[in-house]
Ligand binder design. Structure first.
Ligand code: SF4
Length: 329
C-alpha cells in the first residue's frame, strides 16, 4: 500500500515567520569559513559534534518551516545564512581533533547547524571522512533533509563505516520532499545502512496535517524502520500556528516557542532519542525494528518529555534542556 498517496501538502507554505521575512539579506555579511574538526577541544560546544561540512544553509524564504534556530542565530549576528560556503577540510587538523576527543566518545553528529546534503560535493567529502573516523572506531550520526542524494558508492562507504543517517520528515513537508526522503531511507537501508526516519512531530488541529502525520507514522511502522521523534518547536509568530491544537505548551527553555513534547512514545519503532540524549559510548547495530524485537534487545535512553509529561509538568530530569543552547566560537 502506498501510505503517502493521500499526503496533502497544501498547508506547507503557511509555515513562515513574517519577522524574519522582512530582513534584507543583501545587507548581511558573508558566512565565515571554518576548519572541519571534532569535539570541544577544537572549539565546538560539545564533544559529540563535528563541524558541519557547510557554513550556512538556506536563504530566509526557504528555511525549514520558517523556523531554524541556526539561521536566526547567524542573521542576528549580521550574517547571510543563505550564502553558504563549504568549510575547509585539512586531514592533519581533522585527525588531531579526533585524537583530542575523550576516549569514550564513539560517535559524532554531522548536521547540527547546516545540512551535508546541500550538494554532491559535500557528500563526497563526508564519505572519506568516515573512513578516517572508523580508524578511531568512531561513527557518524548524520541528520539531513536529503536535498541531494549521495552516489551509490558514497552510500556504500557510509554504510560500511556504520554511519547512521537520520532523515528529518514532518507533516508540513511537501509531498515530493517526503517521497524523496523515504526513497533515500529505503536505498540506504538496502546497502546495509542504519536509516532512521526522524519525525518532527506536532499536535495539529488541521485535519489534513493531522492525517499527514498519521500517514508518516503508519509508513514507518509498516516499513519496519527504527525511528526517532523530535517534537517541532515553532516560534509564536509562525503563521502556521493557526493549524496547531489550542492546548499549547511553551518550550521550557525557549518561552517564545510552542511545542507539544513527544507524541509517539507508545509506538515501539521510536527506539532512538534525539542525538543530544545519546551517551558517548552509543552504538547501535539493528537496521530493522523487527530484528531488534526478535532479538529482544532492550534500550533505555534518556529522552525528551512526552506530551503527557508536559501536561503533568514532569520534565523527567532537571538538565533535560542543558543542550538546547546554540553558540559557535
Ligand atoms: S536544513 Fe537545517 S540548518 Fe538548514 S535551514 Fe533547514 S533546519 Fe536550518
Amino acid at each position: 500500500m502506498n501510505h503517502l498517496l493521500h499526503f496533502d501538502d497544501s498547508r506547507a507554505i503557511a509555515f513562515q515567520r513574517p519577522s524574519l521575512k522582512s530582513i534584507s539579506e543583501k545587507d548581511l555579511a558573508e558566512m565565515p569559513v571554518y576548519d572541519i574538526l571534532c569535539g570541544k577541544s577544537a572549539g565546538l560546544p560539545f564533544d559529540y559534534l563535528m563541524t558541519d561540512v557547510y557554513s550556512g544553509c538556506l536563504p530566509i524564504k526557504s528555511i525549514c518551516y520558517g523556523n531554524c534556530s541556526a539561521a536566526e542565530y547567524w542573521i542576528n549576528k549580521g550574517f547571510n545564512f543563505g550564502m553558504r560556503h563549504i568549510n575547509r577540510f585539512d586531514e592533519v587538523k581533522f585527525r588531531e581533533s579526533i585524537v583530542n576527543l575523550p576516549p569514550q566518545q564513539r560517535w559524532l553528529r554531522q548536521g547540527w547547524v547546516s545540512d551535508c546534503s546541500l550538494s554532491k560535493k559535500s557528500w563526497d567529502l563526508l564519505g572519506p571522512a568516515t573512513d578516517i573516523l572508523m580508524e578511531y572506531n568512531i561513527r557518524l550520526v548524520i541528520i539531513s533533509k536529503i536535498f541531494t542524494k549521495p552516489s551509490l558508492e558514497i552510500m556504500r562507504q557510509l554504510a560500511q563505516n556504520k554511519a547512521e543517517i537520520r532523515v528529518s520528515i514532518s507533516a508540513i513537508d511537501t509531498k515530493r520532499e517526503i517521497e524523496k526522503r523515504f526513497e533515500f531511507l529505503d536505498a540506504y537501508r538496502q546497502v546495509g545502512g542504519l536509516a532512521v526516519p526522524y519525525l518532527m512531530s506536532f499536535r495539529y488541529a488541521d485535519a489534513a496535517l493531522k492525517n499527514n502525520q498519521e500517514l508518516i507514522v503508519s509508513k514507518i511502522i509498516a516499513d519496519d524502520y527504527i525511528a526517532s521523534e523530535h517534537p517541532l518547536r515553532l516560534s509564536n509568530d509562525n503563521a502556521g500556528l493557526e493549524s496547531a491544537e489550542e492546548d499549547r505548551h511553551y518550550h521550557p527553555k525557549f518561552a517564545d516557542q510552542t511545542w507539544f513534547g513527544r507524541l509517539y512514545n507508545d509506538a515501539g519503532n521510536f527506539v532512538l532519542p534525539p542525538p543530544t540524549f545519546l551517551p558517548p559510548e552509543y552504538d547501535f547495530n539493528y537496521i530493522r525494528y523487527s530484528d531488534l524485537a526478535k532479538a529482544g534487545a532492550q534500550f533505555s535512553f534518556n529522552n525528551l518529555p512526552t506530551y503527557q509529561d508536559l501536561i503533568e509538568k514532569n520534565l523527567i530530569h532537571t538538565n533535560t534542556f542543558d543542550h538546547a543552547n546554540y553558540d559557535v566560537k
